[in-house]
Design a protein around this ligand. Sequence first.
Ligand code: FAD
Length: 424
Amino acid sequence: MTTSLNRRLLLQGALAGTGLSILPLQALAQTRAAIVIIGGGFGGATAARMLKRLLPDAQVTLIEASARFTACPFSNLVIAGIRPLALQEFGYETLQREGITVINGSATDIDAASRAVTIENDMVIPYDRLILSPGIDVRWNAIEGYDEAASRRLPHAWKAGAQTALLRQQLETLENGQSVIMTIPPAPYRCPPGPYERASLIGHYLKTHKPASKLILLDGKDRFSKMDLFREAWAEHYPDQIEWRGASDDGTVRRVDPATMTVFTDFESHTAAAINVIPPQKAGWIAERAGVADATGWCPINPLSFASQLQPDIHVIGDATIAAPMPKSAFSANLQAKICAIGVARSLSGLLPASTTLANTCYSFTTPNKAISIAGVYSNAANQLQSIEGAGGVSPLGAAPSVRAAETAEATHWFETITQEAFG
Ligand code: FAD
């Protein structure tokens, strides 16, 4: 069995026990319900395809702001100059061929009472069920001075595309000896290990292209995902390139000044030629508009079907949700999409949602040829998401280069599988 098949089975296997096999298939196949999905990323595109397969007669409509999707996983390789940005892009042609109506436009309003979505050209689309997978938005000015204009000088690159290209370009124009700063927020945020993978790959770029330059990480916390593994890799590969400062070492950034390329912590200021601000985040703004986000800025859900706790007939999946201990990852969004699709199909057939087992694996590259991973397994029984004790874990410390190399191959197969499931 190939690794790629293993990954596919892992994604599918996590659905075992959802009760799909006991669905009254005839009833399901006949439903003509209107199901609208907002956001055609990892969660939304996967949910649309799954629903069309479960309910072939339903009207499945996907509303997506961009004509093409640009994936964040593997975008840190683009920033380090190891992978072209074009390989991150995916279209919606397969979804259209499968009978899904894809509307290229931004959803601007949701009327939960009359069950209708308004799109930017004032088109109104009614729904029987609505699924939101809008990803994240930046909390502008949560760090003083960091607004949308500042992000054009100090890119976040936490939504892939133009921001990814901008950060790449800034690294390319950096002179040997000039510094780079990355600021990292406290949890929760999209992709917990993502900043540290990015740091590793920028470290690799500096070591191989600008050896007198340094990357300073200013972090709003003292512990992070796969911390011991990342620090082991940095000590081995980038002792002269990467310096990390946690919250208790004055790492929390309070203010930025794009004009002078300066960041301010409680007690110090730091300047650099390139600054990557990974800012505090919240659910994509349409979630607030729909009334499904709470005071935290994220969306409380019922984990059996990812139904909103705040609005009827609306489900929320992916990064926008409060789904801890599941991390905000493409892997989580994929599984949540499938569980949500099954939950919607069951509810349209008059059935209650069924409990199941969920999983997540996040790979991180520490060099172009080495990767590490963390895996978790979760249950949503009793309407609560909980880690299953003793399942999951992290890559071993001190592993041979061949073990790390094997994980890069697994990561690559994972990326192929997850994008294939979303976009065909
Ligand atoms: P998204 O995939 O972001 O999709 C949201 C979509 O909604 C977007 O296409 C957006 O245009 C659309 N949208 C938003 N609002 C509207 C609106 N009003 N109208 C119409 N469309 C709208 N995860 C992993 O599992 N593994 C990894 O290795 C990994 N690496 C990462 C590396 C980096 C640098 C980053 C930043 C993230 C990484 N992630 C990784 C996380 C992963 O990208 C996200 O968790 C995933 O994209 C979440 O899926 P989603 O569907 O919630 O949101």
